[in-house]
Design a protein around this ligand. Structure first.
Ligand code: ADP
Ligand code: MG
Ligand code: MG
Length: 511
């Protein structure tokens, strides 16, 4: 659509224009912290002692045209999605059957679910939960109605470690700045007023602040702070740091970064209240009470090196701190849940207002189970015989886990049939053709690209207490749309993860 509507996009540049634009883009990005640490394969640890070197994040040279109606629709439906997933996480009766079945075929799900059940047995001490979610979409044009308006179809819904919020703000500011200062050809369609700046950095920080305040004051006169659970050796640190700086500079809230292996060494739970107490190693004799635990790690099996890390996750879950997310909320973000919501008619049960549920439903793509139900058996046949328009997904996060098209049959045959139900089969969304240039580590890659819009949401809710826990959420304390992200990848690449090395951050050019 976009390329046909704008056959000359992106604009052609002379060598002089390109050099000017590249220099402007690089310098602006580096000066404004649109940065990542380079991969070790690019710059060895030796050449970057103490992480001294950074590079700008992979970005597009131009903002990508994106239909305004699609961008608006993604934003408009976000609060409904927040509520849907909060209600799913709060309804354990509904989740139980799915989690038990998944646990039989997926060790990671089983382990997480066990952490939840163990803490449930003991009893939760914190009724509040925070979700900083991101719902991801691609533009879909129905092949049978090529002239119909484009719509968005959901790729997935993330309930843990939804990243790139800060960089999405920075990259939209970058492209807007380049447009404002005439770095793009003046006769192109790139106008600053058509590049909205994503407020994700400010809005996600606000979500954390609201949780932090809702926690209340620390016991025994202790000061309170936020925990960010991070992966050792994280490269996407600046995206995280910007949230910390926003929290501190705008809201006076301190954040401490900690990895799961350090949790047992540096924290303890107050007996009785289970307040989570942190002893910062750099500040002897200081004790801080943690109000909110924000996970930017812990979403995949690779984040748990051994029993110690599982014990750490369990300690955090048991604690009085507000979790972002709780284990059950993380599990609610499973691909399997997305499939059940899309096929099972369950949405209406969680969102009884028909106009709300149908708006949510309007963004679903076709997703099939691969279990032994009639629908699952039919999907198995498709997966083995006609997989060319499908992607197979395991219950994993973070990119690089899916199996595409012709690879599906041999992959399925390589694993026990009893494990197939741990996967879902999803129709590939095929967005209209578009071109752009991606700059990664100073290198330019031009050609066909695919964009993925992520819309952030922030929601704080209260679950029932005691026996009432898990029987449906009690109160939504805050529910907001929290900005957006456009990620763009080369058309030839199936996966789009920026951190995983496939994609770039981009800005919406409303058309
Ligand atoms: P993850 O949780 O690992 O990010 P995703 O479901 O987002 O898993 O899949 C990773 C990537 O695979 C997406 O960013 C997208 O580029 C591609 N992808 C996933 N599902 C689809 C789909 N239905 N159609 C087209 N591309 C898809
Ligand atoms: Mg995901
Ligand atoms: Mg994804």
């Amino acid at each position: 659509m976009a390329a046909e509507m704008f056959p000359s996009y992106p604009p052609e540049l002379s060598q002089t224009q390109l050099s000017y634009l590249l220099q402007a883009l690089t310098d602006y990005s580096l000066s404004h912290g649109l940065n990542v640490r380079p991969a070790e394969s690019f710059i060895s640890e030796k050449l970057s002692p103490n992480g001294a070197l950074a590079t700008h994040a992979p970005v597009t040279l131009f903002p990508s045209p994106f239909p305004r109606s699609c961008w608006e629709e993604g934003r408009a439906v976000q609060k409904d999605y927040n509520e849907l997933y909060a209600r799913v996480a709060g309804n354990e009766e509904w989740l139980e059957k799915i989690m038990v079945e998944l646990s039989e075929v997926d060790d990671f799900t089983a382990r997480l679910y066990k952490v939840h059940l163990d803490v449930k047995t003991e009893g939760f001490v914190q009724p509040l939960s925070l979700g900083l979610f991101r719902s991801d979409y691609m533009i879909h044009i129905a092949p049978e109605h090529p002239n119909a308006l484009p719509v968005i179809h959901q790729v997935e819904f993330n309930t843990i470690a939804s990243s790139f919020g800060s960089l999405s703000t920075k990259v939209s500011e970058l492209h807007k700045h380049l447009a404002e200062t005439g770095a793009y050809p003046s006769d192109s369609i790139i106008k600053p007023e058509n590049i909205p700046v994503s407020p994700a950095l400010q809005e996600l920080a606000k979500g954390l602040v609201i949780a932090h305040r809702a926690y209340g004051s620390g016991g025994d006169g202790r000061s309170t702070a936020v925990f960010m659970i991070i992966q050792p050796g994280e490269k996407n640190v600046f995206d995280q740091r910007w949230l910390e700086y926003e929290l501190f500079e705008k809201h006076g809230v301190q954040t401490y970064r900690i990895s799961l292996p350090d949790v047992p060494k540096l924290t303890e739970l107050v007996s009785g209240t289970r307040a989570l107490i942190y002893s910062p190693p750099h500040a002897p004799n200081t004790q801080v009470e943690i109000s909110t635990v924000y996970f930017r790690a812990g979403y995949g099996p690779g984040d748990y090196a051994g029993e110690g890390d599982w014990a750490a996750r369990t300690t955090l879950e048991r604690s009085k701190a507000i979790k972002c997310p709780s284990v059950i909320t993380q599990l609610a973000g499973a691909k399997k849940i997305q499939q059940v919501l899309a096929t099972g008619g369950a949405v209406e049960g969680f969102l009884p207002d028909q106009s709300v549920s149908s708006r949510v439903r309007g963004t679903f793509a076709a997703i099939h189970p691969l279990d032994q139900s009639p629908a699952g058996m039919a999907a198995r046949k498709i997966a083995l015989e006609k997989p060319d328009t499908y992607v197979l997904k395991p219950q994993r996060e973070g990119g690089g886990n899916n199996i595409y098209r012709g690879d599906i049959p041999s992959f399925l045959k390589s694993i026990p049939e009893s494990h197939w139900s741990g996967y879902i089969l999803m129709e590939l969304i095929e967005p209209p053709p578009l071109e752009n240039t991606i700059i990664r580590n100073g290198e330019l890659m031009s050609g066909g690209v695919i964009g993925e819009l992520g819309v952030y949401g922030a929601i704080l809710w209260r679950d029932g207490e005691g026996e009432e826990r898990g029987k449906g959420l009690k109160e939504i304390v805050m529910n907001e749309e929290a900005g957006w992200l456009l990620r763009t990848k080369g058309r030839q690449s199936d996966e789009g993860g920026v951190a995983a090395g496939f994609g770039s951050v981009d800005a919406v050019l409303m058309v």
